[in-house]
Design a protein around this ligand. Structure first.
Ligand SMILES: NC(=O)c1ccc[n+]([C@@H]2O[C@H](COP(=O)([O-])OP(=O)(O)OC[C@H]3O[C@@H](n4cnc5c(N)ncnc54)[C@H](OP(=O)(O)O)[C@@H]3O)[C@@H](O)[C@H]2O)c1
Length: 258
């Protein structure tokens, strides 16, 4: 009995282990990115932490305390003209087996007041940079015949939202990009998926978090905590998800189904 138990535990561990893999998580200084980076490290991956400033110490320390390994990569995703070369520099130093496009900027503003510059800023960070990261890391994944890309969308990848047209457009596009790349790269053994978080308590300020009506609309009865996103990302990064591609995994406590 204990032999069978050991074998089934080993099988389970093997299925979800990321040992020997390198994961790049953009925007991993805090919030969901930090939780994802720490979770991937706990599953065995070496994690490349990314921020637009060199202030990744807290995430780094959390990973080290859990016995994991990380390195830093600093790049401002708004500086998109220089980004291709920055990504190539990183890829010259390390392989990336798992790319998590998590970094994003958020603007809450009615469309009639939004300037074109602010619109472009959101598209640049949330979409253009994500595309460049997919393209550069994806090229090497396709060459190796293996890799995982996980794009972090939102409920407004599916819904319109209110007073966030730039963010909604970028998050819809990110899901479109996910499907398009999945179609192109699936034959090469590279899976491209999206995770769509509902309401999560991070540093990001939202009136929803102080609104009991919004909270009551979440069937699970609470907003998400960063830890709640981790399983979805580890799963999609693992060999357990090798036949899942082009998918949008909603992690929202039941919000969208309601
Ligand atoms: N929290 C939610 O309820 C929620 C809901 C739906 C979707 N999401 C999505 O989940 C992801 C993480 O959200 P979060 O709540 O953890 O957000 P967050 O705390 O605002 O984190 C966003 C990350 O993006 C990075 N970033 C922004 N602009 C950048 C730039 N120009 N260059 C480089 N990095 C940049 C930030 O870096 P710094 O730390 O250096 O500022 C930060 O680490 C995002 O894609 C977001 O759209 C979140």
């Amino acid at each position: 009995m204990s032999g069978a138990m050991d074998a089934s535990q080993a099988w389970l561990a093997e299925m979800f282990s990321l040992s020997g893999k390198v994961a790049l998580v953009t925007g991993s200084r805090a919030g969901l990115g930090r939780a994802m980076a720490a979770g991937l490290a706990r599953a065995g991956a070496e994690v490349v932490l990314h921020g637009h400033h060199d202030d990744l110490g807290e995430t780094e320390a959390e990973i080290a305390r859990a016995g994991g390994r990380s390195r830093r990569w600093v790049a401002d995703l708004l500086e998109v003209g220089a980004l291709g070369a920055r990504i190539d520099d990183l890829l010259a130093q390390t392989r990336v087996d798992i790319l998590v496009n998590n970094a994003a900027t958020f603007i809450r503003e009615p469309a009639l007041e939004l300037t074109f510059e602010r619109w472009r800023e959101v598209q640049t960070v949330n979409l253009d940079a994500a595309w460049l990261l997919c393209q550069r890391t994806g090229a090497l994944m396709v060459e190796r015949g293996a890799g995982k890309v996980i794009n972090v969308g939102s409920m407004v990848s599916l819904q319109g939202g209110v007073n966030r047209s730039a963010y909604t457009a970028a998050k819809h596009a990110l899901v479109g990009l996910t499907k398009a790349l999945s179609n192109e790269w699936a034959p090469s053994g590279v899976q491209v998926n999206a995770v769509l978080p509902g309401y999560f308590r991070t540093g990001r300020d939202s009136p929803a978090f102080t609104d009991p009506v919004t909270q009551a609309r979440v069937p699970s009865g609470r907003f998400g905590e960063p830890q709640d996103i981790v399983g979805s990302v580890v799963f999609l990064a693992s060999r357990a998800a090798d036949y899942i591609t082009g998918h949008q995994l909603i992690v929202d406590g039941g919000w969208y189904a309601r």
